[in-house]
Every structure is written in C-alpha cells, then in structure tokens.
Design a protein around this ligand. Structure first.
Ligand SMILES: *Cc1c(COP(=O)(O)O)cnc(C)c1O
Length: 424
C-alpha cells in the first residue's frame, strides 16, 4: 500500500480498520486532556474496561458467599483457571491440556527448569542469546550454580555479529551444532525485548532437539504479539507473562506450556503441590499425589483468582478478535509507523535507524536516535507519547494493534518532528 503522511490518510486507515472498535474497550491515560499515544503495550498493556467488572464479580462472591465461593460462585474458584486455559491455548498454538496459568514468569521458568534442566555427565550446558532480559540471565546463572557449574562455562551465549543489531539464525544453529554433545537445554527469548526481533522458533527448536537437548522459550514479548505454534513446532516447554501484550494487569499471573508428550512421563520430575492433583479427588486430602492429566499437574498452589479475573477479561477480547486479525493489523500499523519515521527523518536533520530486522519483527520497532538525546524522550512523554528509553539511545515503539490507531501514528510523527525542531 502507498502510505501518506497526512491526517486525512491516517483517518481513512482508521475507518477501514476492523479492529478500530476495540480501542473503545480499553482505558487510556490522559495527558493534556487527550488519550495518550501508547507505545508501551510491550511493557504493560492497557486496562480493558471490563476488567474491573470481572474483579468486582469475585469481590462480590467473596463478600456474599465467603468459602462457599470455591464451588458456588458465579464462576467457581476451584477451577476458575480452566476458563483461561481454553482461551489461551489458541493464542500460543497449543492443545488445551498443554497450557496452564500460575505464578509469575521467572518463577515458572525456574520451576520448568526443575523438569527440563537436569544436567548429567557431558550434557550440562544451556544455550541462550547474549544480553538476554536480565531476569533470564540471573535465572540461568543461579540454576547452573545450583547444579554445581560455573556460569562462564555452562552458559553458551550466541552473539550478534560486530556492527549488526540482530541475531542471525545461521549463527544460532551453528552454535547449537558446535555444542551439541554438551547441550542440556536451549532456552531463549522468542521475541527479544531490546531489538524486537522475532527469532526463528521453529528452526531453532528443531535444531536444539536434533542435538538431543530440551528446548524452551521465554515468550514474554511473544504471547499475544506473534504467531505461535508451540505444539506443532514440538517445543518442550514455554512460559510468558500476561501483563505485556496480553493486557492482564501489573505483575499478573503467567502462562505455561508443556508439550503433551511430557505430561504423563514419569521420567520428567517436577515440584508438586495440591493444585496439581486430580481435581475430582483433590479434596479427599489423600497423602498420594495423583497428577492432573494436563499441564495443570505443574500447578502448585490454589489459583489467585483475584489476579486471574482481569486476565480472563482480556482473554475474552483475544477470543473475540483472534490472533490472525491482530497480526494482520499489527503488520500494517507497524509498516505505517516505519513510513512515518522515514518521512520525518527526511524533514529534519536527524537520523533514525530502525534496528529491528524487517524480516523478523512483531509489534515493536526499536529506533536508534543518532544525534538525539534523552531530552527528546522527555519531550515526547510531556506531550502525551508514552514510550520508553533504553541506553544508549534507543526508543522502543510498540503500537499494540488492539488499541492503537493509525491517527496515533500520524500524531506521533508530528510531535516527534516538533520536538526535534524546537530543540534545534
Ligand atoms: C518482561 C520480562 C520478564 C519479566 O519477568 P517477571 O518474572 O514477570 O517479572 C522476564 N523475561 C523477559 C524476557 C521479559 O521480557
């Protein structure tokens, strides 16, 4: 499509956008009396307007039923989480029994490593990308130390090539091949938080498994953003937080995928608790653990229903829209944003460099602002553009297709231009 950097053109795209009506289903923070232009759905998604209703429903049942709410609430609490898993499975390309919701992301990755990182003999190394999200680095380092290894030796980090801003799939595959005798686990971020790159999860999974390792993915920036086919790719396990593109609210519960073939495998150990036992017999309080026939077997504690409520509200929207429609709009709105950036770049004496690879991107454009300082970021924030800044000079722009509009992209371009010119 031939884009134009005009308000009329942006409004035309909005009018033709089948998702435009969902913008109304979210609350927008206000700056200077208007909705902000929200580029940080990759960090904390906006609040769905029906989230408060879902929370109030539980507060009401708790008020009026107290303990009886476990079984007699409008949506009974004892299996409340199952309402989420049936809606989550299609978002990540999983069978329903391969998905559960519990804890938070880093906690879940640690628990999943109990099952899938069991170094033995020569096989003790973990392969990941360099400069992974800090929590993932700390997790991997503490795990290998827990097993008695040195992080410098046991963690293999795949680097980008000098002067390049993204990883090359062939370099990742080569690293897997090089370490294939020693790899216990490949665990990477499916979408990198810094450059927005979508890794070739299918190819990397295939190579990791061919090397005899388990393969897991941290999908924090992938869930609700990119097409995932976890079952068909034969991924062993994955986990994601729900507060980024999944719009569930700050620090909220995490999703977990465990491949069907591992579900009843007695050779896969795990840490267990009462919520992992068969729900039919759970309340008989028997001493023997009788696992659920699903990823729920990894659940430990009873579910935090107050937290799950806004997550369920959001998942109803995902169910109504579907990932394919979200992805179709995502591709167009990101392309429009990139076009606007290039147009503004021509009009001002600046130089933006999009470091997100065009062939492997989701919702996020990471933009290197050569010659601009943090003052430009401050100007944007003051003028209602919510974005974030990463050292040395990168802003991350993620126009979440659920609620961002094409006119937001146009307005952003105008504010950006003014900010650069006013400073000049
Ligand atoms: C956001 C993010 C996290 C956050 O972890 P929590 O345990 O939810 O605090 C972890 N890893 C990656 C890659 C992330 O992007």
């Amino acid at each position: 499509m031939d884009f134009k950097n005009t308000e009329a053109f942006a409004l035309k795209l909005d009018a033709a956008d089948p998702l435009q009506k969902y913008r109304e289903t979210f609350h927008f923070p206000q700056v200077n009396g208007s909705d902000v232009i929200y580029f940080t759905g990759n960090s904390l998604g906006l609040q769905p307007k029906n989230a408060a209703h879902f929370v109030e429903e539980i507060m009401k049942d708790w008020r009026e039923l107290a303990v009886e709410g476990h079984f007699y609430a409008e949506k009974p609490w004892w299996d409340y989480h199952e309402r989420l898993t049936e809606k989550l499975a299609p978002v990540v390309g999983a069978r329903e029994r391969e998905v559960t919701v519990m804890n938070t992301l880093t906690v879940n990755l640690h628990l999943l490593m109990v099952s899938f990182y069991r170094p033995a003999g020569k096989r003790y190394k973990i392969l990941c990308e360099e400069k992974a999200f800090p929590s993932d680095q700390y997790m991997l380092q503490s795990q290998v130390r827990f097993h008695g290894y040195a992080p410098e030796d046991a963690i293999v980090e795949v680097a980008k090539r000098p002067g390049e801003h993204h990883w090359r799939t062939e370099d990742i595959l080569e690293a897997i091949e090089k370490h294939k005798e020693e790899l216990a686990l490949v665990l990477m971020g499916g979408v990198n938080y810094y450059n927005g790159q979508v890794l070739d999860m299918a190819e990397i999974t295939k190579a990791g498994k061919a090397a005899g390792a388990f393969v897991g993915w941290d999908l924090a920036h992938a869930a609700g953003n990119v097409k995932l086919e976890l079952h068909d790719w034969e991924v062993d396990f994955a986990s994601w937080c729900s507060y980024k593109y999944m719009n569930s609210g700050p620090g909220n519960a995490s999703g977990v995928f465990i491949a069907e073939k591992h579900l009843n495998d007695p050779d896969i150990p795990r840490f267990e608790g009462w919520w992992g036992t068969k729900k039919e017999t759970r309340f008989l309080m028997q001493p023997r653990f009788d696992p659920m026939d699903s990823a729920d077997a990894w659940q430990i504690s009873n579910a935090p229903v107050l937290a799950l409520a806004p997550y369920l509200a959001s998942l109803e929207l995902f169910e109504a829209v579907g990932m394919d429609a979200l992805i179709a709009k995502r591709d167009q709105i990101v392309a429009y944003l990139e076009f606007i950036l290039r147009e503004i770049d021509k009009e001002v004496e600046s130089s933006f460099e999009v470091i997100t690879p065009a062939h492997a991107r989701g919702c996020q454009l990471s933009v290197f602002l050569h010659g601009e300082g943090k003052s430009l970021f401050d100007y944007l924030m003051k003028n209602g553009v919510i974005t974030d800044w990463r050292e040395p000079n990168v802003i991350r722009l993620a126009p979440a297709p659920f609620y961002c509009s094409y006119s937001d992209m146009y307005r952003f371009g105008q504010i950006l231009k003014k900010g650069i010119l006013e400073k000049a």
